[in-house]
Design a protein around this ligand. Structure first.
Ligand code: ZN
Length: 695
């Protein structure tokens, strides 16, 4: 079969991963905390569903079981355990399936209409535990369909069948009497009501196919509902295999596409919301460039099928209804591409504002417009760049974008991709329940910023990386290969990148790695350094040059590479250098260390002078007497002895009389990063030493 090879759905298949042993173990494990057997099994199969990305991605599904529970007075109640919002199905616990009293929910079926807010309120009012999370927005559907176990997913293969012009007919044909077919209706009261009527009319069905949305399966046991889900999705996969006959026709693209690490910072700059300078709203990017993605973005008809809409409505919350499509870049004409890509993003923003105004007016003009930046960027020849406020959010958008590639490629291989219409999509993106979640969310001060720390596995580097991470930044740790780097990165939650800052090739490749991982860079902490000693009159030329290589040229090398990325982004930037007290107040025998540091201090000012107009700031720290790789325990002992004081007295020999620790340097770096009108400055972190004061 010609067409289907490249798209992921044909390559992998869902598998039935039920295991009697695992199921029993789960029941036994939860019995200790008095979790009833049916809820334990509900947790078990919910995890099975949630851990298969072909079935469930980022909140795209839910499950329930009808059971009994006893309240504090001993009264036995009929309850619905249904997935609560905020829980991930792959790792759900019993607490993620709050119990809602069933009888009051069943009475609601008599109503003709119910607002979303009233629905949420009624669901919360009937929770057994008032502190439990909000039950799923599909709770009423779970309550009214009479089966005990209900599973719901947005399986890719099912969507590929339903998201085409004759999706209804195809599903009727392949599922026959086994599944009811439900037309697209927005989740909530109306959908629950329609499903209730449909299931009442055909009580024998094993599940429902919701056109352009997903699939439900029912069962008397956890296993039966799960088995049916796997079976339904397998039927859909077989159907795709049989009917997918057409390959995506490739477009004529420029022969040598640029590296994604050169494209990503440009895109990141274009996505940053204007308002620029201090108020720029940045995004973290996530790159996807698998063979299937490249085939998709390289297709001749990309501009048609990529602009139709989402493959299932709730993607719109993370990806917006449409991606932006950029022109194909060529490595020899990046400047021209930047202009063309900028025009495409500007057009996207205008179109998004029009879309908002059109549909907000329809809903009474009460909605608050979200930002206009696209979340999914298609770059022919290069791949997909997904955007989010954090690396995690960008990764989720990337996962949804890849699922979209699978679904649309399969739908196009069979027929033509079709989605819900724009109004339905708007209703999901601007759902009052979703808007409520956005209100009041405040971001930490360096959220959406990418920070690179050289010497990141050392004492000061580690403390600095941790300080930036706790301010919400995404952090890349650069250091020489070794266990220390991996350990530090894991401990902090940063990305570890091997880098020898004295080597051009290594530095280039490390910064390309940062751009690939996060889309670009906002702050560089050039921290790597080491102390060479010797009196100048007798110093070996080789020692001096070695010290200059690390303590001066490496600062210059990484700063130049950072500025290259800052300029591709066009959103300013921040250079921070770990200079030294030695640059101002030299110590006897420390010339080989202090001289390159003095040059590095001049470098701080030179960058400040030459790049201020581009919003790039350059500042440094002069720290002193901090226990680290540069001032080892042995050195502290020797110096204390030489001065006839205790080690503690030596370390606290400053105006404040207190030891200076790595965390104090880290905090000073963060303070300089946040000092938005400070450039060309040097900050001392030495507990006070007037001999080392700059002025
Ligand atoms: Zn759904």
């Amino acid at each position: 079969m010609p067409g289907a090879e490249g798209s992921g759905i044909e390559e992998g298949r869902v598998e039935n991963r039920w295991s009697d042993d695992e199921a029993t173990r789960t029941v036994v494990r939860y019995r200790e905390s008095e979790v009833p057997e049916d809820l334990a099994l509900r947790v078990y199969t919910t995890r099975l569903l949630g851990s298969d990305p072909r079935l469930v991605l980022h909140g795209g599904g839910n499950t329930s079981v009808k059971s009994r529970a006893t309240d504090i007075t001993g009264e036995e109640l009929e309850v619905l355990y249904v997935k609560g919002s905020g829980w991930d199905m792959a790792t759900i616990e019993p607490a993620g399936l709050p119990a809602v009293q069933l009888r009051p929910l069943l009475r609601l079926v008599e109503l003709d209409r119910l607002s979303d807010e009233d629905m949420v309120n009624l669901q919360r009012r009937n929770l057994l535990d008032s502190t439990a999370p909000n039950p799923s927005v599909e709770t009423l559907l779970h309550a009214w369909v009479p089966h005990r176990f209900i599973d719901h997913t947005h399986a890719n293969a099912i969507l590929a069948l339903t998201d085409q012009p004759d999706g209804d007919a195809v599903c009727r044909e392949v599922f026959g009497e086994r599944a009811a077919i439900v037309p697209y209706i927005m989740p909530g009261f109306d959908l629950a009501k329609a499903c209730n009527d449909i299931v009442a009319a055909s009580p024998g069905v094993e599940g429902m196919i919701l056109l352009k949305h997903g699939v439900f399966t029912f069962g008397e046991t956890a296993r039966q509902a799960y088995d049916r889900m796997i079976e339904f999705v397998s039927i859909a996969e077989d159907t795709i295999r049989d009917r997918a006959t057409r390959a995506l026709v490739p477009a004529d693209l420029p022969p040598a596409p640029p590296a994604v690490s050169d494209i990503a910072p440009i895109v990141r700059g274009l996505l940053a919301n204007p308002g620029v300078s201090d108020d720029t709203q940045r995004f973290i990017l996530d790159v996807r460039d698998t063979a299937a993605v490249l085939e998709y973005v390289g297709a001749r008809e990309l501009d048609r099928f990529s602009q139709v809409g989402t493959v299932t409505p709730d993607h719109a919350i993370r990806t917006k209804p449409k991606p932006v499509l950029l022109p194909p870049p060529s490595s020899d004409a990046l400047d021209a591409w930047r202009v063309a890509a900028g025009a495409a993003v500007a057009a996207y923003r205008t179109e998004y504002m029009d879309y908002f105004e059109r549909h907000d007016a329809r809903l009474g003009g009460t909605r608050k417009m979200l930002d206009t930046s696209p979340r999914v960027v298609l770059v022919p020849g290069v791949g997909i760049l997904a955007a989010g406020a954090t690396a995690k959010a960008a990764g989720a958008a990337g996962d949804l974008a890849e699922a979209t590639v699978e679904v649309i490629s399969a739908a196009e291989a069979m027929s033509r991709f079709e989605s819900i219409d724009e109004a339905d999509s708007f209703d999901i993106e601007y759902w009052s329940l979703e808007q409520a979640k956005l209100a009041g969310a405040r971001e930490p001060p360096l959220a959406r910023h990418v920070v690179a720390v050289t010497g990141g596995a050392g004492t000061i580097g580690r403390a600095t990386a941790a300080a930036f991470h706790s301010c919400g930044a995404e952090v890349a740790l650069l250091d020489l290969p070794g266990e220390r780097l991996g350990e530090a990165a894991t401990e902090i939650g940063a990305l570890g990148i091997e880098c020898d800052v004295t080597n051009d090739v290594s530095v280039r490749s490390a910064f390309a790695g940062i751009a690939r991982a996060f889309g670009g860079l906002d702050i560089l902490v050039s921290n790597a350094g080491a102390a060479w000693q010797g009196e100048m009159a007798g110093v070996d030329d080789r020692v001096l040059r070695e010290s200059f290589e690390l303590n001066f040229f490496a600062h210059q090398r990484v700063a130049a590479e950072a500025v290259r990325i800052f300029r591709l982004q066009g959103t300013g930037g921040c250079l921070l250098f770990n200079v030294s007290k030695q640059a101002v107040d030299p110590g006897r025998g420390f010339g080989p260390y202090g001289l390159p540091k003095a040059a590095a201090m001049a470098l701080v000012r030179q960058y400040a002078l030459e790049h201020g107009r581009e919003g790039i700031r350059s500042n440094g720290i002069n720290a002193d007497r901090i226990r680290s790789g540069i001032l080892t325990g042995e050195m502290v002992r020797d110096r204390a002895e030489a001065r006839r004081v205790s080690e503690a007295e030596y370390l606290s020999g400053n105006l404040l009389g207190r030891e200076v620790e790595p965390v104090h340097v880290a905090d000073a770096f963060v303070a300089l990063a946040l000092a938005r009108r400070t450039t060309g400055a040097l900050l001392t972190v030495d507990g006070g030493n007037l001999a080392a004061a700059l002025r």
